[in-house]
Write a protein that binds this ligand. Structure first.
Ligand SMILES: [Zn+2]
Length: 248
């Protein structure tokens, strides 16, 4: 099956999350921004296999070479594809420490099986990891070359990237990426509840954080595991504190 990008603005696409709602939880949206000479990704896919599918889709739109990858946070499903692109990455400083620690682990199915025995609450996510990672040989976690503490603005060709650390309960290193010219904001999983193994049954979205991200100069909001939404829909969810039925 051919993978189709979803275009959000002149020079902005996503490689959309898996259409299956269960698999979508571990195969997130990947943002694609093209400038005259470069392609910048927001997140890297959940595995080299996922990243290779993204590469093929980039070829289909004749996107320039990938120049930079911005990690929204360092959960495996957002970073494990990075090695395929051969591009430097950007992360928050908390994420940098986490990635350095993650790189010391003996990744492979044996190690992941041991992790499941050690922390059974992570079984669902770790089994998804093994399914995504068909092959661990030569696997490596790409460490960030550029690290931010609070805010950072990148200018690449004529495109501006406003990056802001927002943290939150899902991942302390969560950042958001705003494209002022395209009026698109990438949110990663910043307003989600804690990861499954740390979650209480009544944990829900961080609606206060969502409200803090509502801006007149953003038209499209893209989180990690749902379809992109308009500012109107995003505002509706944030202010009514009610999730649409099909929300992940
Ligand atoms: Zn996450």
């Amino acid at each position: 099956m051919m993978d189709m990008l979803v275009q959000l603005a002149d020079n902005v696409w996503i490689f959309p999350r898996d259409a299956d709602p269960v698999r979508a939880q571990t195969q997130p949206n990947v943002g694609i921004i093209t400038t005259e000479k470069h392609t910048i990704l927001v997140d890297a896919g959940n595995s080299p296999r996922h990243a290779r599918r993204i590469m093929i889709a980039l070829d289909d739109i004749q996107a320039p070479a990938v120049y930079n990858i911005i990690y929204t946070h360092t959960h495996w499903d957002h970073v494990f594809g990075a090695m395929v692109f051969g591009a430097p990455t950007v992360a928050h400083e908390i994420g940098q420490r986490q990635l350095a620690e993650m790189a010391t682990r003996p990744w492979g199915n044996n190690y992941v099986q041991e992790e499941i025995l050690r922390t059974p609450a992570r079984e669902q996510s770790l089994r998804a990891m093994m399914r995504a990672m068909e092959e661990w040989r030569n696997f490596r976690i790409v460490q960030p070359e550029l690290v931010l503490t609070k805010n950072m603005t990148m200018y690449i060709d004529d495109v501006t990237f406003e990056i802001e650390h927002v943290g939150g309960r899902h991942a302390p290193d969560s950042i958001v990426v705003r494209l002022p010219q395209s009026r698109v904001m990438f949110l990663g999983d910043c307003f989600y509840p804690p990861p499954l193994h740390l979650r209480n049954p009544d944990d829900t979205y961080d609606f206060a954080m969502m409200r803090s991200l509502i801006r007149d100069d953003v038209d499209v909001y893209v989180d990690g595991h749902n379809d992109p939404v308009s500012r109107e829909v995003f505002t509706q969810i944030a202010t009514s504190e009610t999730l649409p039925n099909d929300t992940v």
